[in-house]
Design a binder for this molecule. Structure first.
Ligand code: ZN
Length: 235
């Protein structure tokens, strides 16, 4: 194996590593997206839960206010009956109204009480829901931070492989380096492994003569289709 071939093999390896690292970055981005969607979902459902509770509380308040208003009205009518001079017909009407309102007040008070109890019960549940929501959110945030650290690690690894790749390129004899740079401007992997009888870069079948030259290993060989440098996956 010539020195140039050894360099090209090392380059193929570096390109391969870079390819894998960028694939992992894509995976991480996908995972982050899924986690963010779960965070948004958790936020949304807890907001709905709080809204439910708010409505229940509001219903209890409204029922209580209604009971209070009915109670005030009964007192007002009663006061009229007790202290004012009212015509007989109106007196009858007021008495009848008081009776109706008392029945209504009983029902309203009962409902208001039941609602207040429900609010109290739901407040406890809401606290539990909030605790598990916070916990879930915490886990998801942690997971996102873990991915963030992983991404930074991969970025550093990428930088170091990229530096190695550039060093290797710098060591190539000038004509090879120029060819490499020309290819690299278009494609991420100017050096391809031979895969059976095909070029690992363009996947086209290689000529017998090309394969033979490769096996002899005396010179640098390029793919006749895509012009990539070719290296054997072994040796
Ligand atoms: Zn090719």
């Amino acid at each position: 194996m010539t020195e140039a071939t050894a360099l090209l093999r090392a380059l193929a390896q570096a390109e391969d590593e870079l390819h894998k690292l960028s694939g992992r970055l894509v995976d991480i981005a996908g995972e982050e997206e899924r986690l963010r969607a779960r965070l948004a979902e958790a936020d949304k459902s807890f907001a709905q839960r709080k809204e439910e509770h708010r409505k229940l509380r509001l219903a209890a308040q409204e029922r209580t206010a209604e009971a209070d208003a009915t109670d005030a009205k009964i007192r007002e009518y009663q006061r009229k009956l007790d202290h004012d001079i009212v015509p007989y017909k109106e007196m009858e009407f007021l008495r009848e109204q008081i009776q109706i309102m008392r029945a209504k007040l009983d029902q309203l008070s009962e409902e208001a009480l039941a609602l207040m109890e429900a609010v109290e019960e739901d407040t406890k549940k809401l606290r539990e829901n909030e605790a598990s929501y916070r916990e879930q959110r915490g886990h998801l945030e942690e997971e996102l931070q873990r991915l963030q650290r992983r991404r930074e690690e991969i970025n550093r690894e990428e930088e170091s492989v990229e530096a190695r790749r550039r060093e290797l390129v710098a060591q190539l004899p000038t004509p090879l380096r120029q060819h490499y740079e020309k290819l690299r401007a278009r494609i991420p992997n100017p050096v391809a492994y031979v895969n059976g009888q095909t070029c690992g870069g363009c996947h086209l079948r290689l000529a017998e003569a090309t394969l033979l030259k490769l096996q002899e290993g005396r010179e640098v060989v390029t793919c006749e289709h895509c012009a990539r440098f070719l290296v054997l996956p072994w040796g």
